[in-house]
Design a protein around this ligand. Structure first.
Ligand SMILES: CC(=O)N[C@H]1[C@@H](OP(=O)(O)OP(=O)(O)OC[C@H]2O[C@@H](n3ccc(=O)[nH]c3=O)[C@H](O)[C@@H]2O)O[C@H](CO)[C@@H](O)[C@@H]1O
Ligand SMILES: C=C(OP(=O)(O)O)C(=O)O
Length: 454
């Protein structure tokens, strides 16, 4: 079984580079369906399994695309005849593929997309997406696990979202770009990824105003065309490294990090006694051995992001005293905590809140990730645990983190990724050290090769 094996105890030091945002690139890839003329060129594309899945969905829909992984660029062509069906095989792999529904409906007048299921963090219904399409004049039918949406033409409308859902905002916004007349959507999501999508749509010829506020106004246009765009930095990956630096008492520059995008996290880090310095090069995190406890509540942006909740609970567990975490966005996002209990964490869950009793002397253990942020959180706990921590279920990690262990190694962490057969003896300390040296050498060779090829 493939595992991350971490030997705790090293403070992280150095500079880390962050990839383009998963949650920005996925809807932007879907937006390329709307470009009936010209090609789309996307730069700063993260090399993640979710991006490969979205590419497969787009291939199924008959878009042509080329992913140059060395340059992190995707060129897409949606000018030919497109298919209207995204089958279960892909949607079940990745919920975010539901965001092809809006663009397909707008471009073709018909879309059939498999109904996404729930996942480890919650049931995740899509009622708000569908209500929005109906308000634009679409007919929606659900049968045999598929959603069929039709519209002879979409017509602008006034829509109020009961909750500022990120996916519903993106899906309805994309559908509205080609609707007749004006659409006003209120109580929309305000995440930086919404702003990035709106910027792309406007480059494609759409007329979207208000992104980043709670109301979007979209004047429908007749058609959209391709454009070039560089994906914004992944604030959640940046935040994950901020927490890793803080918990180890390290000193790490998160290169080109945008402080504004991580304000709620940074303010909590400062409250806990972490030093955060912003300059032209990015955001520097300087850890503190004696962290103070804090209370955190996840909320839609600009509140504290649910995608940083698992990582933050590990930092709270390391703080001296009792901290509180309340998860308000997803109903089941504490699964990492039971694994952390196996590493000596002490906490009490009460409904959507958890009391975290620190300071925790984390002990290494074998722990399984339940989603991608849980994977990162468990590895972070491993960075400060006594002995060896083994994190399994790495398919989740690969959904959202590129070169996670390489980046941590470059900062001084003792971490390797290996296949450790179930029935075989575990790597002992000497074999771990040997494998670590080998993987460090591989990192060096790979970074030289990348520099030369570029
Ligand atoms: C690919 C992507 O960008 N994923 C992000 C996106 O997911 P996603 O777009 O799925 O998240 P939403 O903002 O839609 O979901 C937030 C809450 O609203 C509920 N809801 C949502 C839609 C709907 O029609 N009905 C409904 O009840 C969900 O069940 C959840 O409880 O935003 C989440 C919240 O910031 C992040 O954790 C995910 O990383
Ligand atoms: C929950 C997440 O992603 P998704 O919505 O793609 O499951 C995440 O990025 O933490």
């Amino acid at each position: 079984m493939e595992k991350l094996i971490v030997r705790g105890g090293q403070a992280l030091n150095g500079t880390v580079e962050i990839e383009g945002a998963k949650n920005a690139v996925l809807p932007i890839l879907a937006a390329s369906i709307l470009a009936s003329e010209g090609q789309m060129t996307l730069d700063n594309v993260p090399i993640l399994s979710d991006v490969f899945t979205m590419n497969e969905v787009l291939n199924m829909l008959q878009l042509n695309l080329e992913f140059d992984q060395l340059r992190k660029t995707i060129v897409l062509d949606a000018t030919g005849e497109l298919s209207f069906e995204a089958p279960l095989e892909y949607v079940s792999k990745m919920r975010a593929s539901i965001v092809v529904l809006g663009p397909l409906l707008a471009r073709l007048g018909h879309a059939r997309v498999a109904m996404p299921g729930g996942c480890a963090i919650g049931t995740r219904p899509i009622d708000l997406h569908l209500k929005g399409f109906e308000a634009l004049g679409a007919t929606i039918e659900q049968h045999a696990g598929y959603i069929d949406a039709w519209a002879d033409k979409l017509v602008g409308s006034n829509i109020y979202l009961d909750f500022p859902s990120v996916g519903a905002t993106q899906n309805i916004m994309m559908a509205a770009t080609l609707a007749e007349g004006t659409t006003v959507i209120e109580n929309v999501a305000r995440e930086p990824e919404i702003v990035d999508l709106a910027n792309v749509l406007n480059k494609m010829g759409a007329k979207v105003v208000g992104a980043g506020t709670d109301t979007l106004r979209i004047e429908g246009v007749k058609s959209l065309h391709g454009c070039s765009h560089s994906i914004i930095q992944d604030r959640i990956e940046a935040g994950t490294f901020m927490v890793a630096a803080a918990i180890t008492g390290g000193n790490v520059l998160i290169k080109d990090a945008i402080k504004e995008h991580n304000k709620p996290l940074i303010s909590k880090l400062e409250e806990m006694g972490v030093t955060v310095v912003e300059n032209d090069a990015g955001v520097r995190i300087i850890g503190n051995q004696q962290l103070r406890p804090t209370s955190v509540k996840t909320l839609p942006h600009p509140g504290f992001p649910t995608d940083m909740q698992a990582q933050m609970t590990v930092l709270q567990l390391a703080a001296t005293g009792t901290s509180l975490m309340t998860e308000t966005v997803f109903e089941n996002r504490f699964m990492h905590l039971d694994e952390l209990r196996r590493m000596n964490a002490d906490f009490k869950i009460e409904g959507s809140s958890v009391l975290l009793y620190g300071p925790t002397e984390f002990n290494g253990a074998e722990v399984a990730a339940s989603d991608l942020r849980a994977a990162a959180a468990l590895a972070i706990a491993g960075l400060v645990a006594k002995g060896f921590t083994r994190v399994t279920n790495l398919k989740y990690l690969d959904r959202g983190y590129y070169h996670f262990q390489q980046k941590l190694r470059a900062l001084g962490a003792q971490i390797i990724r290996v296949t450790e057969p179930a029935n075989q003896e575990r790597l002992d300390a000497a074999s771990f050290a040997k494998e670590l040296a080998y993987q460090q050498e591989q990192d060096r060779v790979q970074s030289l090769a990348t520099m030369i090829k570029r």
